[in-house]
Design a binder for this molecule. Structure first.
Ligand SMILES: Cc1cc2nc3c(=O)[nH]c(=O)nc-3n(C[C@H](O)[C@H](O)[C@H](O)COP(=O)(O)OP(=O)(O)OC[C@H]3O[C@@H](n4cnc5c(N)ncnc54)[C@H](O)[C@@H]3O)c2cc1C
Length: 531
């Protein structure tokens, strides 16, 4: 199962095991069970601290647990083979079970250990899902650091019947104690926040105690990270409050246009952003959503940003970089069947529609790329474009038209996604030329119609927004409010790209620098007034 390169790497990693671990498999007579046995035997042969046995009687076959030999209560179970994107998760599970310390903050580990109650997680992943490893690894961590938590991590392709029965149509899909817990990517901190009811109040109290910042960045994507690095390098006290540090990059697979880096992957770039920011004295407040901006009442004064948990942050200068998110179609059925046939990430969820019929809505580059990608996996793809022609690059259109299992519909307005109460069964569109309504029967709908800026929270702040909701900025990244700058996909800057967001973030930071050195701090203002 392992090629020479993987074998050599794994052997080296297993050298980090501090204590013995056991692999216990439950196998059937099928090919995947034979593959599982082969993989576990290969792993066990690489370290005298790893033993494998094949006498498990767990109902899901093939499956295996990884447990610490000295503490059988600490285990994680994989159903099916964690190869592909999950191979790293397998390696980490082996290492953590064997006492190798995970790279997470001690207070996260303390929070895991302090969790009260019984938590039995079952989580479904696909081998091509780039959002799944985060959840697999987070649940592994929980299970290995708290004996009251169990994690069973299931490769959906191996357990197709189960996936169908539980209506899992998007991965990662996480169940807790038999009930749906979360759909989509989650970090260990996010899971903890959901489990630990007091976490939010504790975070609010901690934030409320903070001194005002000279620069506060809202949003931790490429624009925010870049802005924070620039202002920290100028010696300004800098904070970042981000709902999800990393931003859209976390949902991105291959990146080939980040100049000087011919190829990278989103989660890797996000980790590099975090580590680069970590080189500086930047106060990163992750999982913090801004809900209200109150601008300073005088030039040079403090702006206030209220967070969802009620805490208020103050800063002399703000850089708003809250980016964008997938645009919804806004038709009946879209919300109701989200993750039950309506999907947004072809890389993640395509494999769950193997052999089935899907539609891709949107004929721009992302829609046509998605259709090409899906056509290789699913049975049939219908591409639906509102306009009278596709807007994707010609080369992509040509490729799409060459595929035999694709139909392209233009001048088609999707009006409804239909279902049987459980899952998607089709969609309805209006032929904009004839005005006639038509139906397409299918099992999945991938919505690829662009992005919408995350700026709703700014609407009543006095900040100027464009008619599309983007923050209006000038060539220096300044907004209409003195001391408030903005960068990246949330703004009116044309072309939403990583390298542009980073450039804009640094530009906003330099403009904030310029503003701060020209405008006295509030204490200086007060002193001037008193004199
Ligand atoms: C699937 C996909 C593939 C892509 N591929 C590429 C590519 O190959 N090359 C390329 O150059 N670009 C690509 N892009 C575009 C690129 O990811 C974006 O242009 C870039 O991430 C924008 O950076 P940003 O910092 O402005 O915003 P984002 O990355 O969106 O980051 C926004 C940040 O703000 C936070 N936030 C949002 N609202 C709030 C709030 N109210 N309070 C606090 N924080 C908040 C978010 O959690 C996040 O931390 C892709 C995008 C997607 C979705």
């Amino acid at each position: 199962m392992l090629d020479a390169n993987m074998t050599a790497q794994l052997k080296q990693y297993l050298g980090n095991l501090r204590e013995p671990i056991e692999l216990v498999a439950s196998l059937g007579d099928d090919k995947k069970s034979a593959d599982t046995r082969e993989l576990l035997e290969e792993i066990a042969a690489l370290s005298d601290k790893v033993s494998a046995s094949f006498d498990g009687d767990y109902e899901r076959k093939p499956s295996f647990i990884i447990r610490r030999a000295s503490d059988a209560g600490k285990w994680v179970r994989f159903g099916g083979l964690p190869m592909g994107h999950e191979f790293t998760s397998l390696v980490l599970a082996l290492l953590w079970a064997g006492g190798h310390p995970p790279k997470v903050e001690q207070d996260v580990l303390d929070q895991i250990a302090a969790l009260e109650g019984e938590y039995n997680f079952e989580m479904y992943f696909s081998l091509s899902c780039h959002n799944c490893p985060d959840v697999v690894q987070a649940l592994t961590l929980l299970a290995l650091f708290n004996t009251k938590v169990t994690a069973t991590l299931i490769e959906g392709g191996t357990f197709q019947d189960e996936v169908e029965k539980r209506n899992v149509m998007a991965v990662p899909a996480t169940f807790l104690n038999g009930e749906m817990f979360a759909s989509g990517k989650m970090s260990v901190e996010e899971i903890l926040q959901k489990l630990d009811g007091n976490a939010s109040a504790r975070a609010a109290a901690k934030i409320a105690d903070k001194d005002p910042f000279e620069v506060l960045v809202i949003g931790g994507g490429p624009a925010g990270a870049s802005a924070a690095i620039y202002t920290a390098r100028k010696g300004f006290s800098t904070g970042i409050a981000a709902e999800r540090f990393g931003g859209q990059v976390l949902d991105t697979m291959g990146i080939e246009n980040f100049i000087s880096v011919p190829y990278t992957e989103g989660p890797k770039l996000a980790a590099q952003l975090e580590s680069h920011v970590g080189e500086y004295d930047v106060d990163v407040m992750n999982l913090q959503k801004a809900t209200k901006l109150t601008p300073a009442s005088e030039v040079g004064g403090y702006h206030e940003v209220e967070l969802e948990n009620g805490a208020v942050l103050k800063a002399r200068s703000l850089i708003l970089s809250t980016g964008a998110r997938w645009r919804n179609l806004g038709v009946p059925g879209e919300f109701e069947y989200r993750n039950r046939g309506v999907a947004y990430c072809p890389h993640c969820d395509g494999p769950l529609f193997r052999g089935k019929r899907v539609a891709v809505i949107g004929g721009g580059n992302s829609g046509v790329e998605a259709a090409i990608d899906l056509a290789g996996i699913v049975g049939h793809v219908t591409l639906i474009e509102f306009d009278s022609q596709l807007r994707a690059d010609e080369v992509l259109q040509k490729k799409l038209r060459s595929m035999s299992n694709v139909d392209i519909l233009v001048s088609a307005q999707t009006t409804e996604i239909t279902g049987d109460g459980e899952r998607v069964s089709g969609l309805v569109y209006k032929d904009r030329e004839s005005g006639k309504e038509r139906k397409v029967e299918l099992e999945g709908v991938f919505v690829q119609i662009g992005l919408v800026p995350n700026t709703e929270w700014l609407k009543d702040s006095g900040l100027e927004l464009s008619k599309f909701g983007e923050i209006a900025i000038d060539h220096k990244a300044a907004t209409n409010l003195p001391g408030v700058f903005a960068a990246g996909d949330a703004t009116t800057v044309p072309y939403k790209q990583i390298i542009i967001a980073m450039g804009e973030g640094s530009k906003a930071a330099l403009s904030a620098f310029d503003y701060l050195i020209r405008n006295p701090a509030p204490t200086e203002l007060a002193a001037e007034a008193a004199a």
